[in-house]
Design a protein around this ligand. Structure first.
Ligand code: DAH
Length: 331
């Protein structure tokens, strides 16, 4: 046999061998192919017999080629074993007693959970849930709430107008006070939660879109004491009996007197969670409620602020980014 034939033999054994390995149909067939190629008297070892006949200078290259062919066939056998499955190699089968992998289920967003909890707590205090539209007209967002034309709160720069100052994305859920009084007769006690929009610069505690829960109670003889009792009961139910709360005198066009509600946050001091007050008689009258007979209190609380204390969230932006690594931690 010439040197050329010897090299040709290597090529042939490799080509046929790879084909035989790839077409082995099961573990037994593969074992037979493997032995016929790589076994002691297999075709690969047999190639070495050509070595003797080769000229001295060809021997190292021939040896190297045989080794390459051997390695490629070994790799092909391993690959085929993997394809035929672990059972084909006689390895261990799946352990059917191992626990399964539970599917990952989603969960409610912390804002949704906070809204539901807050609505539930006010429910125990006798407040019914209602709602209103996110796109409002100037009457419900401003006029009926004692915020007349040219009031700074109506500035183009402070609101998201959608049509020539007539319609806007509501800047507060107080709109729902108006809608409720327009359609229902007192006595009434309602809460309504939803999104509000203001072109604020986003930082750790402000966002241009956030959520409020509005509360309104109209009855005969309601006073500031009822307002305070209600808010205190709410905050204590939510955060525990020992939470520190304070009302700070403030001003809102639709309440008189008005106050801001501060709650102590662990490690952060008092944080404002919303506004409240006795409904201004002008608002009652604008909504067709007889202010001589009825009085009322109202409040509007920031859901994000409540959620941040509840779940110890340091930055409001975490609540809108929807990063699942964050959401998985908030429980
Ligand atoms: N609407 C006010 C705001 O967004 C919050 C508020 C204050 C609501 C006093 C009320 C209230 O119902 O009585 O800043």
């Amino acid at each position: 046999m010439t040197g050329h034939d010897a090299f040709e033999q290597v090529r042939l054994v490799l080509e046929e061998g790879e084909r035989a390995v790839a077409s082995a149909a099961d573990a037994a067939a593969l074992a037979a192919v493997k032995s016929a190629l790589l076994g002691k008297s297999g075709r690969i070892p047999a190639l070495m017999e050509h070595l003797r006949a080769l000229p001295k200078e060809e021997k190292p290259r021939f040896g190297a080629e045989v080794n390459v062919a051997k390695k490629r066939i070994e790799d092909a056998v391993l690959e085929r074993e993997a394809v035929l499955g672990r059972a084909a190699t006689g390895g261990p089968r799946e352990d059917l007693t191992l626990p399964g992998i539970a599917p990952a289920t989603g969960s409610l967003h912390p804002i949704t959970r906070t809204i539901r909890e807050v609505v539930r707590v006010f429910g125990t205090l006798g407040f019914e849930e209602t709602d209103g539209p996110e796109i409002e007209d100037e009457f419900h967002n401003f006029v009926a709430l004692n915020i007349p034309e040219h009031h700074p709160a109506r500035d183009e720069a402070d609101n998201f107008y959608v049509s020539n100052r007539r319609l806007l994305l509501r800047s507060q859920t107080s709109t729902i006070q108006v809608r409720t009084m327009e359609t229902r007769r007192p006595p009434l006690r309602i809460v309504a939660a939803g999104r509000v929009y203001r072109p604020d610069t986003v930082d750790a505690t402000h966002h241009y879109m956030f959520h409020q829960i509005e509360g309104l109670a109209i009855d005969e003889g309601l006073s500031m004491a009822d307002l305070k009792t209600t808010l205190l009961a709410f905050v204590r139910t939510l955060y525990g009996e020992d939470v520190n709360v304070r009302l700070r005198p403030s001003f809102f066009p639709f309440t008189e007197p008005s106050a801001e509600i501060d709650v102590e946050f662990p490690g952060r001091g008092y944080v404002e969670i919303g506004g409240c007050g006795m409904v201004d008689p002008a608002v009652l009258e604008a909504c067709g409620v007889d202010a001589a007979r009825w009085s009322g209190f109202a409040f509007g609380l920031g859901i994000e602020r409540l959620a941040m204390r509840r779940f110890a969230v340091p930055d409001i932006r975490r609540l809108t980014e929807n990063d699942v690594r964050f959401l998985r931690q908030v429980h």
